[in-house]
Design a protein around this ligand. Sequence first.
Ligand SMILES: NC(=O)c1ccc[n+]([C@@H]2O[C@H](COP(=O)([O-])OP(=O)(O)OC[C@H]3O[C@@H](n4cnc5c(N)ncnc54)[C@H](OP(=O)(O)O)[C@@H]3O)[C@@H](O)[C@H]2O)c1
Length: 254
Amino acid sequence: MQISGNTIFIPGATSGIGLALALRLKDKGNTVIVGGRRTEVLEQLAREHGFDTVRIDTTDAASIASASAEVIAKHPSLNVLVAMAGIMRIEDWHRPDGFLDDAEQVVTTNLLGPIRLIAAFIEQLQGQPDATIVTVSSGLAHAPLRVTPSYNATKAAIHMLSESVRLQLADTSVKVMELVPPAVATELLPGQSRSPVAVPLDAFVDEVMHLIETQPDAHEILVERVKFLRFGEVRGDYDQVVQTLNSTDPHAAS
Ligand SMILES: NC(=O)c1ccc[n+]([C@@H]2O[C@H](COP(=O)([O-])OP(=O)(O)OC[C@H]3O[C@@H](n4cnc5c(N)ncnc54)[C@H](OP(=O)(O)O)[C@@H]3O)[C@@H](O)[C@H]2O)c1
């Protein structure tokens, strides 16, 4: 995607990476529509930053349908969807009550949500001369963090979904760009923003913006810090990567 001149919808931009990216993209001359569940935060973002906002719960098919219709009606030139909304849960798979509820929520939010969002926007995007679907996976798509099995699995699925949909849409105007964050200092897990080993949010988004600007056709946005996880199998040190990853604080690894 080009770094400016787009109309971009980011469901999952009320905090963290989504909000930081929304602010940077707006500063670069894009129209950015912010989505999320927290209406008071949406109102504050509209007031303080002039964003157009929409309430959306990406676990709810009806909410996706109504929010997408509203966004498309108000912004007929919308050409970028960033499927940012995501959750992470620590699970214990020794007993069903240690993981099943969380696993269902994680799959519904992190995998079914982006699939439904793409379905809601795919015709709109194909009607634009230059359009992009930005998916959001994780370094954990490529090396497992022991305490978050469902999260890792959904992010691996997002990676493969991105690879596959990109191939299928090669005959259209729609590109697929996968953002692959390492551990970033947000509240994805409670307390993660204070982790000394998470990449500071501003530094992460600076690097992401630089990569988009210099590699507008990149399939994956890979900041330096994620390459340790992303390329373990390629380098041949996967076992070492998994061991190192799981010997650190879980906040350090999402
Ligand atoms: N931070 C990291 O270390 C890291 C690493 C790799 C990948 N990622 C990915 O980056 C994305 C953003 O995470 P973050 O770190 O920025 O965490 P965050 O600060 O917790 O942000 C999550 C965002 O998703 C939204 N969201 C969650 N569930 C939603 C739902 N059902 N419907 C609509 N919006 C929903 C939240 O908004 P509301 O609460 O207002 O709904 C919020 O805006 C996620 O997909 C995450 O997996 C993060």
